[in-house]
Design a binder for this molecule. Structure first.
Ligand SMILES: *Cc1c(COP(=O)(O)O)cnc(C)c1O
Length: 416
């Protein structure tokens, strides 16, 4: 049998052990053991020096006035919307992670989903503009996989139409737009420090902003909105970051530039090795931007590639390569959002086009060159044999309609 036969057609899998989609970028136990021991015996496990020091380091690095540490990006987004005391509608993308929209609905605000740009995958400013009504209170935009949305256009819309502008910057610690860091735009930006994101605390989030008044509301908001005298100022919550998480993030933030640089290298290696594969294209990151490549995704044009994104995911699984359909289904099609589904003419065609055709492939900071090459070799040989794979898949689907399951096997994304 030919060496270049894909595993799905009976060839030998490229990898012996499964390549994960991602791995946390973090220092090891040795780097924190001394501080951890001191921290545990100090008796101060929350609201202590490491949270304060993480906030200072993050604000310095991002060149922003205020950074407020919280328990996660979701709680940070919820608190920002709450602290701004908004009412009415919030315009947001559907091509994003569900937490962006959850934060809106938890606050009793109405989500208004708009379409994305098919090249950058970010919210389309033209669609934002068209969706503004007298009820619009805010726009929430996401950095998709670390790629900044069109900041210039969004800031202009927010200014002209007098609405708040908030960013789900979960993927974007270390991203740039022009010469400005992610974290310096809009009324507030919210980062995630969970294990799959570029800066890792274990679980955690960071809200960055310029207004000292809003920063104060967030600081009390993460503490039930109790300013210290038990006279709560609004309906807050417990969204404090534990000291242990802050300690880990303090250590990891020291290496953030190396982390992003390495991720950029891996991404450009992927582009180099996959550029000539028929039917593969990449997310467009404008040259004046920097992406963290929280994820690296391929856009699969099924006619040119020979099989679709789902079948490619299945064929890669046979090669022991993990993939994920970020973000599918898009938020407006998820069960929880049935009430807020856009109707009529505009059914978010670009969102559907992107959500149905992109596939995230493995990218983690300590990835080896041999892993990148092996993944690209697998994609190449799958594409070269796409017609045969497609025939096999059709035959299987016909012979066992019950387990239409060739695709079923890669069905909904499992948790991390
Ligand atoms: C991970 C993620 C979140 C949620 O972050 P948590 O810290 O887990 O709450 C929100 N938005 C996007 C786009 C994400 O990828």
């Amino acid at each position: 049998m030919s060496n270049d036969q894909p595993a799905i057609l009976g060839g030998r899998a490229v990898f012996e052990e499964t390549i994960p989609l991602t791995r946390p970028t973090t220092v090891g136990f040795g780097a924190i053991s001394r501080e951890l021991e001191a921290l545990l015996s100090s008796g101060r496990l929350t609201n202590g020096r490491y949270v304060a020091s993480l906030e200072r380091l993050a604000a310095d690095y991002l060149e922003v006035d205020e950074a407020v540490a919280v328990s996660c990006c979701t709680s940070g987004l919820m608190l920002v919307l709450r602290a701004l005391d908004l009412e009415g509608e919030v315009i947001l993308p559907s091509f994003t992670f569900a937490a962006t929209a959850h934060a809106v609905v938890w606050n009793g605000l109405e989500p208004v989903f708009v379409d994305c740009d098919p090249a950058t995958y970010a919210i389309d400013p033209g669609c934002v503009e068209a969706a503004i009504t007298p009820e619009t209170a805010a726009i929430v935009a996401t950095y998709i996989f670390g790629n900044p949305p069109d900041m210039t256009a969004l800031e202009e819309i927010a200014r002209n139409r007098d609405v708040r502008l908030i960013f789900d910057a979960a993927h974007a610690f270390g991203s740039y737009y022009g010469d400005r860091h992610a974290g310096t735009f809009g009324d507030a930006e919210v980062f995630s420090l969970s294990p799959t994101k570029p800066l890792v605390a274990g679980e955690g989030g960071l809200v960055t902003l310029r207004s000292p008044e809003l920063a104060w509301r967030l600081r009390i908001g993460r503490d039930y909105a109790n300013p210290g005298d038990y006279d709560c100022q609004f309906i807050g919550m417990n969204a404090r970051m534990p000291e242990i998480s802050a300690l880990l993030a303090v250590k990891n933030i020291e290496r953030i530039e190396d982390t992003i640089r390495r991720r950029e290298e891996i991404a450009s290696r992927y582009c180099e090795l996959l550029r000539f594969v028929p039917g593969v294209s990449f997310q467009y990151v404008p040259e004046y931007c920097r992406s963290t490549y929280k994820d690296f995704s391929l856009f699969i044009h099924p006619l040119e590639f020979g099989i679709d994104r789902d079948l490619l995911g299945l064929a890669l699984a046979e090669e022991r390569i993990s993939t994920r359909r970020y973000f599918y289904p898009p938020v407006h099609l998820q069960t929880a959002y049935a009430r807020w589904r856009p109707t009529g003419e505009d059914r978010l065609p670009m969102t559907m086009y992107v959500a149905k055709n992109v596939l995230s492939i493995p990218l983690y900071t300590d990835m080896q060159e041999s892993e990148v090459e092996g993944i690209c070799r697998a994609i190449n040989r799958i594409q070269s044999n796409a017609r045969e794979i497609s025939e096999l898949s059709n035959a299987k689907a016909l012979s066992s309609p019950a387990d239409r399951g060739v695709l079923g096997r890669m069905a909904p994304a499992r948790g991390r």
